[in-house]
Design a protein around this ligand. Structure first.
Ligand SMILES: Nc1ncnc2c1ncn2[C@@H]1O[C@H](COP(=O)(O)OP(=O)(O)O)[C@@H](O)[C@H]1O
Ligand SMILES: [Mg+2]
Length: 342
């Protein structure tokens, strides 16, 4: 689990959610400062003797932990981080024609997780190399809003930096301000998520895509895009698309097969459980069942295991069983349509 580092230890309920807003510099920095903090299981005797209020706190911590679990180093994450780091290195000395990366696949297959983990990796490396450059902003993370126009794209950049720009400002001024700050702050990675919101079959969408291209030429950084089935959005077709496609590597995300990687993922999740009566190996032995229920979708698997683990703390059973899994509402997971073969 990663817990948000903040003073005051969560008395402010809004503070609990502040770190979810990754598309602002403050939120992004909060995410970078998160440290893994998995609660320890108390020895049986101490646990049994806890007073009610202490027990409530202890359980609360574990509920919080099970609501997140951990980021598992899946093949997708490894691929995205390796490709991203390689491109940043190759682009460092390129004055034009920099290459980029696209992470494309169905919904809930771990694209955002991989993109943000890449961002975190790059930021940590930058901070280690330049410990005194505290004002640097090595990574930008923004999302493309639905039906994005050029101005909306520029505003997303400005919003990340918290630039004081009025909505009536013209796009050239916004773009100049954004590029200026990016240069001064030594931005080296620009991560752009939800790229499928760019509808290049509309004029505004095509222009928004040109705006991104313009930014990628002016900001000397590596651009990494993530979105649903990007090859089908029209972004990579036509003359404009071919220009983009020629310079981008692609990492495709999808469902897990029912294989050793799937079992390893389950094992990592099972290992992170903090339940008093859970018998290790129960979950990995249910790998086939879990694959059938989730169609191998990592998002569905996480949702199912998080739910059942929270239930196990709430109802005091303190373990995950096949029956417990069956009992979890058949909502998100079973309604997830089988993903197209990738
Ligand atoms: N490597 C991972 N380890 C743990 N959980 C993951 C991992 N990848 C994805 N998830 C979980 O799966 C869900 C969907 O992931 P997300 O990155 O939002 O997918 P996408 O952006 O493709 O829709 C999230 O709840 C996320 O926490
Ligand atoms: Mg996403």
């Amino acid at each position: 689990m990663t817990r948000f580092l903040r003073p005051g230890n969560g008395d402010d309920p809004a503070g609990d959610y502040a770190h979810l807003q990754l598309t602002t510099l403050a939120g992004w920095r909060g995410f970078i400062a998160e440290i893994p903090a998995v609660p320890d299981l108390l020895p049986e005797a101490i646990w049994a003797g806890l007073h009610d209020d202490k027990r409530a706190c202890y359980d609360d911590d574990r509920i919080d932990h099970h609501g997140r679990l951990l980021v598992v180093q899946t093949p997708t994450i490894r691929q995205v981080i390796t490709a991203g780091r390689r491109l940043i290195q190759l682009n460092k000395h390129a004055h034009y024609g920099r290459c980029g990366l696209m992470v494309s696949g169905p919904a809930r297959t771990g694209k955002t997780t991989a993109l943000t983990q890449l961002g975190k990796t790059i930021e940590v490396i930058h901070r280690r190399r330049h410990p005194r450059a505290t004002a640097d902003i090595p990574v930008i993370y923004i999302t493309v809003p639905p039906a994005a126009t050029p101005k909306m794209i520029a505003m997303e950049f400005a919003r990340f930096f918290d630039l004081p720009i009025s909505r009536r400002g013209n796009i050239t001024d916004i773009a100049d301000a954004v590029c200026g700050v990016s240069l001064d702050a030594h931005v080296s990675l620009v991560a752009i998520d939800e790229l499928h919101n760019l509808n290049t079959s509309t004029r505004a969408g095509a222009e928004a895509s040109d705006t991104l291209k313009y930014f990628s030429e002016r900001i000397p950084a590596t651009f990494v895009y993530a979105g649903i089935s990007l090859e089908r959005t029209g972004l990579l077709s036509g003359a404009r698309g071919e220009q983009i496609a020629g310079r981008f590597s692609m990492v495709r995300t999808g469902a897990f097969g029912q294989d050793q990687q799937w079992t390893a993922l389950i094992a990592a999740l099972e290992d992170s459980l903090r339940l008093h009566r859970h018998r290790p190996g129960t979950l990995t032995r249910l790998d086939r069942y879990l694959h059938q229920r989730t169609h191998g979708m990592i998002g569905s698997l996480l949702w199912l295991i998080r739910s059942v683990a929270i239930n196990a703390v709430l109802d005091g059973t303190e373990k995950i069983t096949r029956r417990g899994l069956d009992a979890v509402d058949a909502d998100i997971t079973s309604q997830t349509p089988r993903p197209p073969a990738t």
